[in-house]
Ligand binder design. Structure first.
Ligand SMILES: Nc1ncnc2c1ncn2[C@@H]1O[C@H](COP(=O)(O)OP(=O)(O)O)[C@@H](O)[C@H]1O
Ligand SMILES: [Mg+2]
Length: 341
């Protein structure tokens, strides 16, 4: 007699063939996603790619024109309430009541989820601490900075320790410290067994947090895999060298091409060469020592992790559309981390 193996557990998030149009605009053209329980799925894409539309469908805030999705084992169309019961949502549009203080906002969410008064107070205090909001706890959240509001919004999504948490660009517009807090919160959540879907415009963020990544562009998934698989396709760090002497262009190009499987790019206007390298520091040292031996003067050199732009150049042959405007002035630092000037 054959003994049947138990079926693998259903993924915490599964979407198949999601399609959504807004008038003539096709926001989603058939999106498939899957996240096993207890993992982080990163949905990486530029502005307008369809990230928020996908999030809205998965969180039952919007119906797809076609396709289906399940979250925490419940169908988003057939059982939206069941989905919402197991879901924490935070994002660009999630609401924070401006008249209430930070503490009151979190307390209210906890009570809405059915916690007793004491448990709700404890949970609110704990989250205020985790997100460095203690000082602001007793101020109306309408007076918060953009970064503080984002942190409060995120804390709100975590109040009920939901089975699945969906974060729509949780760090866009956050300063580096707010970003680090968010990353830690996501890691803690996953450590407790929560499944997280996170959208982002930052390759580095997907790389840091996601077990698997879906790259989305114009409503389609154009690549998927682990960060390591994605990097194998797009190459590792970007080595950028600028040489002043036009006679050096040919030999420098050959040298950089020889560093690995990726061909270098040369911008004749700026004299800048760029190449994807697997062993950044080693390649850099090797190239510089050879060039020094040849008497070639290197004006400028840089080693940087690949950015979303690099992913798009590699996968589609074109750069993504321009990114978002920072939500607050100090966000500029976060937005330029890891990108080449
Ligand atoms: N309510 C809407 N009405 C019309 N167009 C929309 C609406 N929501 C989104 N879109 C369009 O659909 C595309 C995908 O948008 P969105 O899902 O918000 O992308 P992302 O979150 O990745 O920036 C964009 O071109 C956007 O302009
Ligand atoms: Mg969006």
């Amino acid at each position: 007699m054959m003994t049947s193996r138990p079926a693998p557990p259903a993924p915490a998030i599964r979407a198949e063939g999601l399609v959504k149009r807004f008038g003539a605009k096709q926001a989603l053209a058939g999106v498939d996603l899957e996240a096993p329980r207890g993992t982080v799925l990163g949905v990486l894409g530029p502005n307008g790619a369809g990230k928020t539309t996908t999030v809205r469908i998965l969180t039952t805030l919007m119906r797809p024109d076609a396709g289906r999705a399940e979250v925490a084992g419940r169908d988003v169309l057939a059982d939206p309430e069941g989905v919402r019961e197991h879901l924490g949502l935070s994002g660009q549009y999630a609401a924070v009541d401006e008249k209430l203080t930070g503490r009151e906002n979190l307390y209210l969410v906890a009570r809405l989820y059915g916690m007793g008064r004491r448990a709700a107070r404890r949970r609110a205090d704990r989250l205020l601490g985790e997100f460095r909001l203690e000082e602001a706890a007793d101020r109306p959240s309408g007076t918060f900075s953009g970064g503080m509001r984002r942190r409060l919004d995120l804390a709100g999504a975590l109040v009920a320790r939901p089975e699945v948490v969906v974060l729509d660009e949780p760090t866009t517009g956050l300063d580096p410290r707010g970003r680090a807090d968010t990353w830690k919160a996501v890691r803690d959540l996953v450590g407790e067994g929560t499944t997280v879907l996170l959208t982002t415009q930052y390759l580095e963020e997907a790389d840091q947090l996601a077990d698997s990544i879906a790259v989305i562009d114009r409503g389609r998934v154009i690549a998927r895999g682990s960060a390591a698989q994605l990097k194998a396709r797009i190459g590792g760090e970007r080595l950028t060298l600028t040489v002043a002497d036009p006679r050096a262009v040919a030999p420098v190009g050959e040298l950089l091409d020889s560093l690995g499987p990726h061909r270098c790019d040369h911008d004749p206007r700026t004299g800048r060469f760029t190449v994807a390298v697997e062993h950044g520091a080693h390649s850099l040292e090797y190239a510089l020592s050879l060039l020094r031996g040849w008497g070639v003067t290197v004006r400028d050199v840089e080693l940087a992790p690949p950015t979303l732009d690099d992913v798009f150049l590699e996968l589609t042959g074109g750069a993504p559309p321009p990114g978002p405007v920072p939500a607050e002035p100090d966000a500029a630092a976060a937005l330029t981390t890891g990108s080449r000037a």
